[in-house]
Ligand binder design. Sequence first.
Ligand SMILES: *Cc1c(COP(=O)(O)O)cnc(C)c1O
Length: 386
Amino acid sequence: MDIKAIDSQYVAGTYGRLPVEIVSGKGSIVKDVNGKEYIDMGSGIGVTAFGLCDDEWVKAVSEQLSRLQHMSNLYYTEPCARLAELLCKRTGMSKVFFGNSGAEANECAIKVARKYAAEKKGDEYYKIITLQNSFHGRTLTTLAATGQDHFHRLFTPLTDGFIHVPANDIDALKACVAENKVAAIMLECVQGEGGVLPVDREFVSAAAELAEKEDILLIIDEVQTGNGRTGKLYAYMHYGVSPDVVTTAKGLGGGLPIGACLMSKKVENVLGKGDHGSTYGGNPVCSAGAVNVIERIDEALLADVEAKSKFVFDSLNGAEGVESVSGLGLMIGIKTVKPAAEVLAKCMENGVLCLTAKDKVRLLPALNIPMDVLARAIDVIKKACI
Ligand SMILES: *Cc1c(COP(=O)(O)O)cnc(C)c1O
């Protein structure tokens, strides 16, 4: 049997896989089992921040791999401590909890919000406001946080205590805070799975002001937008706000599973001994990969992300078959005249792998994709839109 048949028979049918088996990759080029090459415009959904098998990243990870691949959190290990220090120094946050995924980073943030509110105001203050059309993960609690009903069907009852308000509706947010016993407001600055939609500046500022005034936490979900993706280290940095909690994952490890929940001074000691944990959390190999990723996201790289972003927006805006382009940095959504799935299939046929989000074609290329490779991919995408 070939791999597609084995996979279809034995792997749980939760994914609608595309009909291609990828066997290797280097930088922004991947190869399928037949030797056909593709330009990777999806980066494993924004994970391989510096592309596939990037030399520097492989070196950092493999050196750690042959020194110590895992140790329990009963002991100190250097990569985890260094990564936490680096994240705090680069953001001004105070402490970090490490898990293994975006959903786990958000679970941690939700626990911080609940405990902070319970201690400060009483445990009836547990409501968390999130946005309609948001995405926060697949666990039963992060699904409850996710403001898209179709993910909830047949999995109820979900964790209690989440209210969804429309994005960019400041009045609705204010009313929701006034009418409920709220612990936190949690949002993505750019809704990724929701269709690559940046949230208005005024709305994010209003949420930050409201959170400050009411002593509720502002949690920014940077699982997809984080780690240089939008042209800043974290997307909230475009918005001039100082969140109480920031969660991230996807691009952080550059291709190894790691998630982080960053806590500001105000909440740095909310979680104490025994309040939370993760067997793998802060694993030395994943942490070594993440240190390499974060160290390389400097001003020069971010300027490069902005320049490539401008090139993509300029190339696609007004192109034939393109209705609109949305997003920030190298997190880009294209509303096409043709159905997104059709454009995706055409691109794949012509050697470019893209993603979709809702009705959009979504691009999340590696942050260091070479300009000529990016230009070739955009050319194929433009032709596929016609
Ligand atoms: C992908 C994503 C998650 C979930 O991350 P996992 O690593 O799949 O658990 C959460 N929030 C946002 C914004 C995401 O894009």
